[in-house]
Design a protein around this ligand. Structure first.
Ligand SMILES: Cc1ncc(C[n+]2csc(CCOP(=O)(O)OP(=O)(O)O)c2C)c(N)n1
Ligand SMILES: [Mg+2]
Length: 287
């Protein structure tokens, strides 16, 4: 699968196609969470639009050959977002739809926290926060030295911005002129103990990355058109520096009762709420 990367204006059909992919990714996330009766569903719903832009448009991948050397690399820092990544990998045809039902079961290829050795298409093991951008630097530097045209994408969370290692990695990426590295921050203003901006505000995130020498964009991370425009621009930019998109997202996006529920790192959905979640997701998609 070769992705499209040119400077032509973004066609409406392209946005429509990606919005459909985002809807299916959200459905896939609900399927997994319902099987387990739990899962980081709030985060999976908030990041579905970004993952749809990546997995149905921007990334060059071959689902039949997940280790193909010419692929783009998508590195998920945040292991607890695994449910969202599996939802996107199923959408991208790495796995059959039925495999979603095995989420977090014994011997499943879909463990609750993402692990490279378990799941084709998963590039790194997650869990301990603050390591994704560090690893992305190494992968991007290695690819540049091999004169590869592949890009490295790293999805990190706003909570990870509080990790010192993230900022060490930000400096290293600039030092090595990693113009094949695109970081995406899921700015859902949530972390384990409350709102990220209340716990340890890293604002202005844009100014901080700019000061570190990065090319920075910030947008509504739940607008497929905006995310697509910015990721496209960041990839095609001819400048010797790393790039980052700060994506402002809404926890629980697409399911009204979750959008309105108290925002928590782990959002509880009771057994009798899954049908309503599906109905509201459909209503939101069709609105
Ligand atoms: C180094 C490290 N410290 C603490 C944790 C525990 N932990 C797991 S998820 C999480 C929240 C991190 O913030 P974020 O990813 O923004 O949370 P979310 O948006 O998913 O609520 C924390 C502190 C961890 N996994 N790794
Ligand atoms: Mg967060």
């Amino acid at each position: 699968m070769t992705a499209q990367h040119d400077a032509t204006p973004i066609a409406e059909e392209r946005v429509t196609r990606i919005r459909e992919a985002a809807y299916r990714i959200r459905q896939n996330a609900l399927t997994q969470a319902e099987v387990q009766g739990q899962g980081y569903i709030g985060q999976a719903l908030d990041i579905a639009d970004v993952l749809a832009v990546l997995y149905s448009d921007q990334l060059t991948l071959d689902p039949q050959h997940p280790e193909w050397e010419g692929r783009d690399r998508f590195l998920l820092s945040i292991g607890h977002y695994a449910i969202a990544l599996y939802a996107a990998l199923v959408e991208a045809k790495f796995f059959p739809q039925e495999e979603l039902e095995t989420y977090a079961a014994d011997d499943s290829r879909f463990p609750m926290s993402s692990m490279r050795t378990y799941t084709p298409g998963v590039e790194i093991s997650g869990g301990s926060l603050g390591h994704g951008l560090v690893i992305a630097n190494g992968v991007a530097l290695g690819l540049k030295r091999k004169r590869s045209g592949s890009f490295v994408y790293n999805l990190l969370s706003d909570g990870e911005l509080g990790e010192g290692s993230t900022w060490e990695a930000a400096a290293v990426a600039t030092h090595h002129r990693l113009d094949n590295l695109i970081a995406i921050v899921d700015f859902n203003d949530q972390q384990a103990d409350g709102k990220s901006t209340d716990m340890l505000s890293m604002e202005s995130v844009t100014d901080k990355f700019t000061a570190f020498g990065w090319e920075v964009r910030r947008c509504d991370g739940n607008s497929v058109a905006e995310v697509l425009t910015h990721l496209e621009e960041l990839r095609s930019l001819d400048a010797p520096r790393p790039r980052v998109l700060i994506a402002d997202t809404q926890l629980g996006r697409g399911v009204k009762f979750l959008e309105q529920r108290e925002k928590l790192h782990f959002m509880k959905v009771s057994a009798d709420e899954w049908d309503l979640a599906r109905v509201q997701l459909k209503e939101d998609f069709e609105a």
